[in-house]
Ligand binder design. Structure first.
Ligand code: EPS
Length: 391
C-alpha cells in the first residue's frame, strides 16, 4: 500500500540542517511555521537532557508547498538549521577537509547504539559516519512533518496528546483518575511530562541519581488520539490494519523496544470476559462502550474511542561511565566512546510519539475521506458522519 501522506527526512546530527519533503498534503490547509515550531520547542524540553539542547533553538523554515499561509497540494519542504553546525563545520564539511585539519575518528562503538552494526554494514571505519544519522536528532524533522499532519487532523477535530507513565522503573499510580484534558494540562506543566505529581518527584530523583552515577534511564510514554471517527484503518489487508501501522511508526523511533495498545500486555493475562469492551446502545446517543481496553482499535479499525498506545524506550546508549567495547582499528578491549549525551529523553520521546501517531493516522484518514483538497475532504467527512447518525 503506498502511503498517501508520505515523507523522507535527510540530515546529519551535526550537519548544516535537517530537511523533510512531504507529499500528499491536500490543498487548502491553513499552515504557518508557528504551527510547527510549537511542537519543535516541546520536543526540546524535559528534565535529564544534556548540553545540546542549550545550543539548539529548533525553528522550521517552509521553503515549498505553501502560499499565503495555505497549502497548495504540492510537496512541502521543511528545513531546520542545526545551530551546533557552527562548531562542527570542519568535522562535517561536505568537501574534503583543508590539508592539516585535525579530525579525530570515532573507533570505539557504544553497546546499544547503531555504531558497530552500522559501521560493518556500510564499510565505515569512522563511526561518526554512522552515529551522525542514527542519532535521535533526526526526530526533529519528523516532529516538523507531524506538525503538518496534526494541523490536518485538527481541522476534523482529532487531537493528540502524550504523557510519561514511567522513567527508570518509577511508574505513575495505576489509580490516576484524571480526564484527558487534565492529563494534557499536567503533562505540559511537568518537567518530565508526567501527570502524577508524586511519581514526577520520584522520576526527577531517579534521573539525578543516574546522572551522578554516569548512567542513563529509559521509560514508557503513552499517546492518546482523541476525536478519531469510526473507520480509520481496515481489517481487509494486513498492511492497512491501523494498529500495525502505529506499532511500526512507534518502533521506528530511536530507542523504542516495545509497543502496546489499550490494556496491552495485560490482555494476555486476563480471561476474555475481563478484556473486551461491551457494547451498549442509547437512543439519541448511538453505540457506546463501557470501557476502552482495546485502545480504540478493533480489527485494525478505529471504533470511535480514543486511540491509546504506549511505547517502551530503552536507556540511552551513550553512558558517561562507559561500557566495555572493542576498538575497531586496534581490536583492543576499550571503553565505549563517551559522546555528550542526555541522561534520559523519555519526556521528549512522548512528543515524538505524538508525531508518529499523527503521521500514522494521516494516510488512513486521507484514504477514507479523499486527499486532494480540504473542501472536498470536509464534504466527504460530513456526509459520512451524517450517514452514521442514522445507524
Ligand atoms: C544524541 C546525542 C545528543 C543528543 C541528541 C541525540 O546529541 P549531541 O551528540 O549533539 O550532544 O542531544 O539529541 C538531539 C540532538 C536532539 O535534537 O534530540 C544521539 O546520540 O542520539
Amino acid at each position: 500500500m503506498p502511503e498517501v501522506f508520505r515523507f523522507l527526512t535527510a540530515g546529519e546530527s551535526h550537519g548544516e540542517c535537517l530537511t523533510a519533503v512531504i507529499d500528499g498534503v491536500p490543498a487548502g490547509l491553513p499552515l504557518t511555521e508557528a504551527d510547527i515550531n510549537a511542537d519543535l520547542a516541546r520536543r526540546q524540553r524535559g528534565y535529564g537532557r544534556g548540553g545540546r539542547m542549550k545550543i539548539e533553538r529548533d525553528q522550521v523554515h517552509i521553503s515549498a508547498g505553501v502560499r499565503w499561509g495555505v497549502t497548495l497540494g504540492s510537496p512541502i519542504t521543511l528545513v531546520i538549521a542545526n545551530r551546533d553546525w557552527e562548531n562542527w563545520k570542519a568535522t562535517m564539511s561536505v568537501g574534503a577537509p583543508e590539508p592539516g585539519t585535525a579530525v579525530k575518528q570515532v573507533t570505539r562503538p557504544r553497546p546499544g547504539h547503531a555504531d558497530l552494526a552500522g559501521a560493518m554494514k556500510y564499510g565505515h571505519r569512522d563511526i561518526r559516519n554512522v552515529l551522525e544519522r542514527s542519532s535521535a536528532r533526526e526526530t526533529t524533522a519528523r516532529v516538523a512533518v507531524a506538525g503538518v499532519a496534526k494541523r490536518l487532523l485538527a481541522e476534523f477535530g482529532i487531537t493528540i496528546l502524550s504523557h510519561v507513565t514511567e522513567i527508570g522503573g518509577v511508574r505513575i499510580s495505576p489509580d490516576l483518575d484524571a480526564s484527558w484534558e487534565e492529563i494534557r494540562r499536567r503533562a505540559e506543566a511537568s518537567e518530565v511530562r508526567c501527570a502524577d505529581p508524586a511519581a514526577e518527584a520520584a522520576m526527577i530523583a531517579a534521573i539525578d541519581d543516574a546522572k551522578a552515577k554516569g548512567d542513563t534511564l529509559g521509560g514508557v510514554f503513552e499517546v492518546a488520539a482523541l476525536g478519531c471517527p469510526v473507520g480509520l484503518g481496515s481489517y481487509v489487508q494486513w498492511d492497512r490494519r491501523l494498529d500495525g501501522r502505529i506499532a511500526r511508526a512507534f518502533c521506528s523511533i530511536q530507542a523504542i523496544k516495545g509497543v502496546e495498545f489499550g490494556l496491552g500486555f495485560e490482555t494476555a493475562r486476563r480471561p476474555g470476559s475481563q478484556v473486551h469492551d461491551e457494547i451498549v446502545f442509547e437512543a439519541g446517543g448511538g453505540f457506546r462502550r463501557t470501557s476502552n481496553n482495546a485502545g480504540g482499535l478493533e480489527g485494525g479499525v478505529t471504533n470511535g474511542q480514543p486511540v491509546i498506545a504506549r511505547a517502551a524506550m530503552k536507556p540511552l546508549s551513550t553512558l558517561r561511565t562507559p561500557l566495555r567495547s572493542v576498538d575497531l582499528a586496534t581490536k583492543e578491549a576499550v571503553e565505549a566512546v563517551v559522546e555528550r549525551s542526555d541522561v534520559t529523553a523519555v519526556p521528549a520521546a512522548g512528543v515524538i510519539g505524538e508525531a508518529m501517531m499523527a503521521i500514522a493516522l494521516a494516510t488512513p484518514f486521507l484514504e477514507k475521506f479523499g486527499s486532494d483538497s480540504i473542501d472536498e475532504i470536509r464534504r466527504n467527512y460530513q456526509a459520512y458522519q451524517d450517514a452514521l447518525k442514522s445507524w
